[in-house]
Ligand binder design. Structure first.
Ligand code: BTN
Length: 267
């Protein structure tokens, strides 16, 4: 791959999307931002339509889950946020994170020729290390979701020695695992096309088919896990997802349903 093939520009991103594709038809591409999700939120609040997409080459305030930061250097990775306007009730909205994770795994498999696994709820792992993450944010009233922003960060062409020391044990990139660079515009086009397909499938068919696809890629189900959330620890075997994507853990005291938290795989 030449450097030109990996250059992120609005033209390159648009060229990577098929004709008539709705997601990405409203597209912002920035060289550097604080966080693409902050921009997408502001656009959503101002009435931006479903599929509005914000991409950046670098972020200087990239946000991860649980208040963590997201390492977002220039010229290597993909950082994008997509506005959704789901016809779902607020308790159903978490399925969109699973739909995004399924689209992400499909894109990494197709473009990188890799075999990704999904760690509950939304980390993409390659050879046991994290290569991508999803941050889902939402605005809703009691009965109606106004907007959801899914933010996706993918370590695409980071080299091993470009990963900060404190992340080195748990982070990797597509390039490290594939042994070759991957074109970011091509990955973007494949991901956004798949995301539109999965989101439509979710609206038309409900959560069950998405969760079934997620289970097929799962790195978590069947494993011994330890989950910490708000000072509470759950330990046991991850046995399944419920109909909304909560993790069902078989513990010494029976099945515990976990709706959020950081999972550690133990065996
Ligand atoms: C995680 O903690 O695993 C979620 C990481 C999400 C990072 C992406 S990068 C694009 C978007 N903008 C952000 O500030 N965060 C998300």
């Amino acid at each position: 791959m030449t450097r030109a093939e990996d250059l992120l520009s609005e033209d390159a991103l648009r060229a990577a999307l098929p004709m008539g594709h709705r997601f990405g038809s409203v597209l912002e591409m920035h060289p550097v931002v604080g966080s693409t999700s902050d921009i997408a939120r502001a656009l959503a609040q101002a009435g931006a339509p479903e599929g509005t997409t914000v991409v950046a080459d670098a972020q200087n305030a990239g946000r991860g889950r649980q208040g963590r930061s997201w390492f977002s250097p220039p010229e290597r990775n993909l950082y994008l946020s997509v506005v959704l306007r789901p016809p779902l009730a607020p308790p159903q909205a978490p399925i969109l994170t699973f739909a995004t994770a399924v689209a992400l795994a499909d894109a990494v498999r197709e473009v990188g020729f890799l075999e990704p696994a999904l760690k509950w709820p939304n980390d993409l792992l390659l050879a046991g290390r994290k290569a991508a993450g999803i941050l889902t944010e939402m605005s809703a009233t009691e009965h109606v979701v106004d907007w959801v922003v899914v933010g996706i960060g993918i370590n695409v062409n980071l080299a091993e020695d470009e990963i900060p020391r404190e992340l080195a044990e748990q982070a990797t990139s597509l390039r490290i695992e594939a042994g070759h660079s991957v074109s970011r515009p091509v990955l973007f086009g494949t991901l956004l096309t798949g995301l539109e397909r999965q989101v439509r499938r979710c609206y038309a068919e409900g959560a069950a088919p998405i969760l079934q696809s997620w289970r097929r890629c799962s790195a978590t189900l069947g494993r011994e896990v330890q989950i910490d959330e708000n000072g509470t620890r759950v330990e046991g075997r991850a046995v399944d997802l419920d109909e909304r994507g909560a993790l069902l853990v078989e513990t010494a005291h029976g099945i515990v349903r976990v709706i959020a938290g950081d999972v550690r795989h133990r065996a």
